[in-house]
Design a protein around this ligand. Structure first.
Ligand code: FO1
Length: 301
């Protein structure tokens, strides 16, 4: 069995490519620090991004949400003077309505994620890293923000001074998370934002211990040619004093990382990454060509 530590879209694309090429059992352990409440509804963007991608229902242009989406509810809400900076599509709303009702009925987030994935025909196990409250918070130049206020409302363009995961220290791993991490043939860290997507997963007590004991996790660098594949990882790493390079990511993961996969474009970075103490593999990591995907999956396998 393969376990993948996941944020949103970058992880979703990797899982989709992998699922298309392999029958091996896969467990995605998913960040919940981006989860939010809007209009009384519980939204889990990373769980939903992965579910929608694997179901083939994702919205390619937006990079989030569902394809063939419409926005009549948001338009109406705007007419009423409601808050519409975080846009919930008419179809996507069904997911949030379903999830919120189930949570209110006392069902756990992980069970609801399983139900939604099953109904949409997703054939891998999706586990939110915890069922307990865990919220990514950011200290920024405009004050303290939730993840979605930073990411969507401020378009991740304000300077960040600190990041923390409220509730993490009291949270428990969701059922199955630690067992999957212990028994996996391979643990892979998706090319997700290290500070915003992977760190909240690592902040759940028990996760880091298993990764340290194993010492063999394989991470794919989310930085290629000094830039993030998507989102603000490059900017954020610089703002928070990290080296904005695969070596900076490897150093951040160093206490538990076994192997770092860097993109062919960054081959010259190999010695700097190796100096952090991990093995290095070089492959095309952009998942934009079938041959590259095959090669990357071979490296990860
Ligand atoms: N991203 C945006 O840029 N604007 C939005 O209005 C927005 C709404 C939204 C609603 C549901 C959902 O599951 C995701 C949504 N996202 C939106 C994406 C989300 O903010 C981020 O992509 C992830 O949290 C980062 O992984």
């Amino acid at each position: 069995m393969i376990v993948v530590l996941c944020g949103g879209v970058g992880a979703a694309r990797l899982l989709r490519a992998w699922r298309e090429r392999s029958d091996e059992e896969m467990v995605a352990i998913v960040n919940v620090g981006d989860d939010t409440e809007m209009h009384g509804l519980t939204i889990c963007p990373d769980l939903d991004s992965i579910t929608y991608h694997l179901a083939g229902l994702h919205n390619e242009e937006l990079g989030w949400g569902l394809r063939h989406e419409s926005w009549r509810t948001m338009d109406r809400l705007a007419e009423l003077g409601g808050d519409t900076w975080f846009r919930l599509g008419d179809l996507d709303l069904a997911t949030h309505l379903y999830r919120t009702a189930r949570l209110r009925a006392g069902v756990s987030k992980s069970e609801v994620a399983r139900e939604i994935a099953e109904r949409l025909g997703v054939n891998l196990t999706l586990l939110p890293v915890t069922d307990d409250p865990l919220e990514t918070r950011l200290a920024t130049e405009v004050g303290e923000l939730s993840f979605q206020e930073y990411f969507v409302r401020h378009r991740h363009s304000v300077v960040v001074r600190d990041i923390w995961f409220a509730g993490a220290s009291h949270s428990r791993p969701a059922p199955g998370v630690l067992d999957a991490l212990r028994s996996a043939r391979r643990v892979v860290v998706a090319p997700s934002n290290p500070l915003l997507s992977i760190d909240p997963v690592l902040a759940v007590p028990g996760v880091l211990d298993v990764l340290r004991q194993r010492g063999d996790a394989v991470a794919i660098s989310p930085l290629v040619g000094g830039r993030a594949l998507k989102g603000p990882a490059d900017r954020l790493m610089g703002e928070l004093g990290h080296d904005v390079s695969p070596a900076g990511v490897a150093r951040h993961y160093a206490p538990w990382l076994g192997t770092m996969v860097i993109d062919r474009l960054d081959e010259a970075e190999r010695p700097r990454v190796e100096a952090t103490g991990c093995d290095v593999r070089v492959a095309g990591t952009l998942l934009d060509h079938p041959d590259q995907v095959d090669e990357l999956l071979e490296v990860l396998a």
